[in-house]
Design a protein around this ligand. Structure first.
Ligand SMILES: C[S@@+](CC[C@H](N)C(=O)[O-])C[C@H]1O[C@@H](n2cnc3c(N)ncnc32)[C@H](O)[C@@H]1O
Length: 238
């Protein structure tokens, strides 16, 4: 099965690196949602799966993490991550649809993955890889499209059917087609459980109150309809 969304992220890298971090949906909703679920970062070795331009990688080392392995399949996104030189962050060009053979077993304390898992073909594979690289009691914090938002936005006929969906993202260089995979929530919970994790927390956060002044329409929307869904998992010992 082909990896999806590669061309889109190659094309959008400049936009993503320079503008997305400042957009209210990211800066005042997604980023704070993910950050709210992070454990104490002090001394942790982190894997940032789908690190993009490296926002979260840099954030965790600046807030106490020991080091980060950032992984992404887009050369253009990684070029932006690498332009922000920090010895604590090592970036790897890699397709997460393949095992991360360059990471040894149990060398990571925390996996962070923002808005990436809905592009991956095989949830079992990625969660078994997270399990393999994580230390005892290691945690995974990730965000995905909220499946009920997708149901609503795409007017799905069948919520339970796993399916490829296309969106058009408006960028300064025109619209870019981005394909993602919709899955019912139970597919995530099955893959999580089957691969040795327990769900510690599920979060459906509110936007930060500062969004009310900056983008009242987005604030109203996000305060009444969830857009992203956030999880914190803990690795169970076999
Ligand atoms: C929505 S962006 C999020 C980027 C970053 N986590 C952030 O929050 O800024 C999704 C990222 O996942 C990456 N991605 C998508 N599919 C991937 C795959 N199969 N392997 C590796 N990276 C992938 C994209 O290149 C992109 O950087």
């Amino acid at each position: 099965m082909d990896s999806i969304s590669y061309n889109a992220y190659q094309e959008m890298a400049h936009y993503y690196a320079n503008e997305v971090n400042r957009k209210p949906y990211n800066a005042l909703y997604e980023r704070p949602g993910t950050i709210s679920l992070l454990p104490d970062l002090n001394g942790l070795r982190v894997l940032d799966a789908g690190c993009g331009a490296g926002f979260m990688s840099k954030w965790v080392v600046d807030h106490g993490a020991h080091s980060v392995i950032g992984v992404d399949f887009s050369e253009n996104m990684l070029a932006f991550a690498n332009s922000n030189i920090d010895q604590r962050c090592q970036y790897h060009l890699h397709d997460l649809n393949q095992p991360m053979d360059f990471i040894q077993n149990e060398v990571v304390d925390l996996v962070v993955s923002s808005l990436t898992l809905h592009y991956l073909n095989d949830l079992d594979m990625i969660f078994s890889e997270f399990f393999r690289v994580l230390q005892r009691n290691g945690r995974v914090v990730f965000s995905i499209h909220h499946p009920s938002m997708i149901l609503d936005m795409h007017q799905l006929e069948n919520y339970f059917q796993t399916q490829y969906l296309k969106d058009w993202w408006n960028t300064p260089n025109g619209p870019v087609e981005v394909t993602h995979i919709h899955r019912p929530l139970r597919d995530y919970s099955e893959a999580i459980y089957k691969n040795g994790f327990l769900i510690e927390m599920i979060e459906e956060p509110m936007p930060l109150s500062s969004m009310q002044n900056i983008d009242p329409q987005a604030f109203q929307l996000l305060s009444t309809k969830p857009r992203f869904l956030f999880f914190r998992l803990v690795k169970q010992e076999p």
